[in-house]
Design a protein around this ligand. Structure first.
Ligand code: R5P
Length: 297
């Protein structure tokens, strides 16, 4: 089955995946009208092909989601075989509980993608471990944490290090990083006040230890800034932060540096000044394994 990869955003990532998998890189016409509407046009040459759309829904998630729905729908209409999403960062996944009347945003997006014709998607460190419960199609959730741990090993000075998960949700990722680094891991507990403010209400003992703080997302930096204060209070020596998705909203990076971080790294699921680790190879590896073996051609 012929295959093409089409970037909506993340052109470099699409190029790197195409180079590593041999899948032909192609383009769609994407435009925005002066009134904000989106225009999408694709080549009919994709008829009968599996099409991989690369989009990381950061910065303007709603716009990118509607653009992706247009792309999925038009690819299906011109006769594409499978339409597969490569969505390294997937938004609307951070919520705890529902109160009456609140939109289940993730579920709605999931329905829209399904209805448009999406067959499958690849994501990286989706915020929820039970991701498959939200989507009626196959989801391949890949972790970038082993790569981030390798980066930490190679670039940060560590002595008697301990990995600290930014909250209970981060335990899954903290464990992966600690195993890779050969350290133990501990967890903080936080209470979120609003979108920018958190209180750390429980911090582990890290006296005289270097700390690798692990989270999936750094958005406003509120969590990392408060964590730095709490960890220093608890006796930490050097403090490094790693995350998969460096959204770095507003002045996050400035606030984090000002709080005294000793090193920080994220991946290129979202392009940022700290995106020093690329997820191109781990996504390509999964694609080679699942889509390109001989039985599937
Ligand atoms: C939430 O549960 C996530 O794992 C992150 O801890 C959170 O998104 C970080 O956000 P911020 O940088 O705005 O504190």
């Amino acid at each position: 089955m012929p295959k093409v990869i089409i970037p909506a955003t993340q052109g470099i990532l699409a190029y790197e995946i195409s180079k590593r998998t041999g899948i032909t890189l192609s383009y769609a016409e994407l435009e925005k009208f002066p009134d904000g509407e989106k225009y999408v046009r694709v080549s009919e040459a994709v008829k009968g092909s599996d099409v991989f759309i690369v989009n990381s829904f950061h910065h303007m998630p709603d716009e990118m989601i509607i653009e992706t729905i247009f792309l999925i729908d038009i690819f299906k209409s011109v006769g594409a075989n499978e339409v597969v999403g490569i969505f390294p960062y997937f938004p609307y996944s951070r919520f705890r509980r529902f109160i009456g009347g609140e939109a289940n945003r993730l579920k709605t997006i999931s329905k829209l993608f399904r209805t448009a014709g999406l067959n499958k998607m690849y994501v990286v460190d989706f915020h929820l471990q039970n991701v498959e419960e939200f989507f009626d199609f196959e989801v391949i959730n890949i972790s970038a944490m082993p790569l981030l741990a390798d980066y930490v090993k190679r670039n940060f000075e560590l002595e008697d290090a301990v990995v600290v998960g930014a909250d209970e949700v981060a335990e899954f990722w903290a464990r992966i990083v600690s195993e890779k680094l050969g350290t133990d891991y501990k967890l903080m507990r936080k209470i979120r006040i609003d979108a920018e403010n958190v209180i750390i209400d429980s911090v582990p003992d890290v006296s005289n230890r270097d700390v690798v703080l692990v989270d999936d997302i750094i958005s406003t930096g509120g969590t990392v800034v408060q964590a730095i204060k709490a960890l220093r209070h608890s006796g930490a020596k050097r403090i490094y932060a790693v995350c998969t998705h460096p959204l770095l909203s507003n002045e996050a990076l400035k606030l984090i540096y000002r709080a005294g971080i000793d090193g920080i790294v994220g991946t290129d699921t979202v392009l940022s000044p700290i995106s020093h680790v690329s997820v191109a190879e781990i996504i390509s590896e999964e694609i080679r394994k699942r889509e390109l073996d001989e039985n599937k051609s």
